[in-house]
Ligand binder design. Structure first.
Ligand code: UDP
Ligand code: MG
Length: 313
């Protein structure tokens, strides 16, 4: 059986297009399947549409959150409630083409791989500045973390049960799925495809949201920013020692009084700024630790048509 997990946040326009397309592909693959739609606190008619679909089609399962918990939580809820031997995550806007599924399944069944993931080789239709920062982000995170993240990787991938169990077992609160997929390992095959624009509705990610997501991705998978603080400290100490020696020598040879306080103030402000910057980095880690320690649930499901779903996790 194949489980498809589809996080949906205000997708009333995309769902009527997504459902028939996904269903027709899955029917042709002649295997059992379930479509797990996770309604992530949508404020439009998404839930009504899902209910209508589930009444007509027993393959449709919906899990409806009590509020918007974010795509990461929606995917986690899907993983926790998926019963298939193979599980895939997919966007509701058809940016992840269902037509790739048969090829992905074939690759998995050959036994060579544990998961088949997709990556975009082009970023057509995306603002250039967004592509620029995205590329820089992937370069950086691969350098400073042990999560192996491929540039252009989508969350769209088909996985075997063993991999899904590993993902469910990683119950951290601050989730960054691209990092988690890489971190757990397993043999992954990458399928490249050209970027497709959303069929209907609007993207839920603005630049600021993406930026915060990128920063938290780095903090979740790397301790390098913390070491930056110590490096700054060491360099500054070394530098100030050299300056001190120079000043003493000058005093002894030329008996020169130290001129000007402007330069002094500049140095004080500079060092003060550096200290605050480093404190800020530490604050980020402490804040993440605080959220983890509280052990709040990742999501709360208010209603569902599944019989034995996990309502809170
Ligand atoms: N999504 C979600 N919760 C959110 C934001 C997005 O479940 O808070 C879902 C959304 O419905 C879609 C997928 O995540 O199925 C990807 O979102 P979107 O297409 O807006 O992102 P983009 O493709 O532009 O990166
Ligand atoms: Mg999209």
């Amino acid at each position: 059986m194949i489980s498809l997990i589809i996080p949906c946040f205000n997708e009333e326009e995309s769902l009527p297009l997504f459902y028939p397309e996904a269903t027709s592909v899955l029917r042709q693959m002649n295997c059992d399947y379930e479509l797990i739609f996770v309604n992530d606190g949508s404020r439009d008619r998404t839930l009504e549409i899902l209910k209508e679909l589930s009444e007509k089609d027993p393959h449709v399962i919906y899990l409806s959150f009590s509020r918007n918990f974010g795509k990461e939580a929606a995917m986690y809820a899907g993983f926790c409630n998926a019963g298939g031997d193979y599980v895939a995550v997919m966007d509701a806007d058809l940016q992840d083409p269902p037509s790739l599924l048969p090829e992905m399944l074939e690759k998995l069944e050959s036994g060579e791989y544990d998961s088949v993931a997709t990556r975009r080789v082009s970023r057509d239709g995306e603002p250039p500045i967004r592509s620029f920062f995205a590329r820089k982000f992937y370069r950086l995170i691969n350098k400073i973390s042990d999560a192996d993240i491929v540039d252009g990787a989508r969350d769209f991938r088909l996985m075997k049960r063993s991999m899904v169990d590993a993902i469910v077992s990683m119950s951290e609160y601050n989730r960054f799925s691209k990092g988690i997929f890489g971190w757990i390992g397993f043999r992954t095959c990458w399928l490249p495809y050209k970027n497709i624009e959303r069929v209907a509705g609007e993207t839920k990610w603005n630049f600021w949201k993406l930026f915060k997501y990128a920063v938290s991705g780095i903090i979740n998978f790397s301790q390098v920013p913390l070491t930056i603080a110590s490096w700054f400290g060491t360099t500054m100490t070394g530098f100030s020692f050299l300056v001190l020696v120079a000043i003493i020598v000058r005093k002894l040879i030329f008996d020169d009084p130290v001129p000007g306080w402007a330069s002094t103030i500049c140095v004080i402000i500079f060092i003060g700024g550096l200290q605050l910057f480093c404190l800020g980095i530490m604050g980020q880690y402490i804040a993440k630790t605080y959220m983890e320690v509280k052990q709040r649930p990742h999501y709360i499901i208010a209603e569902s048509n599944k019989k034995d779903f996990t309502p809170i996790r």
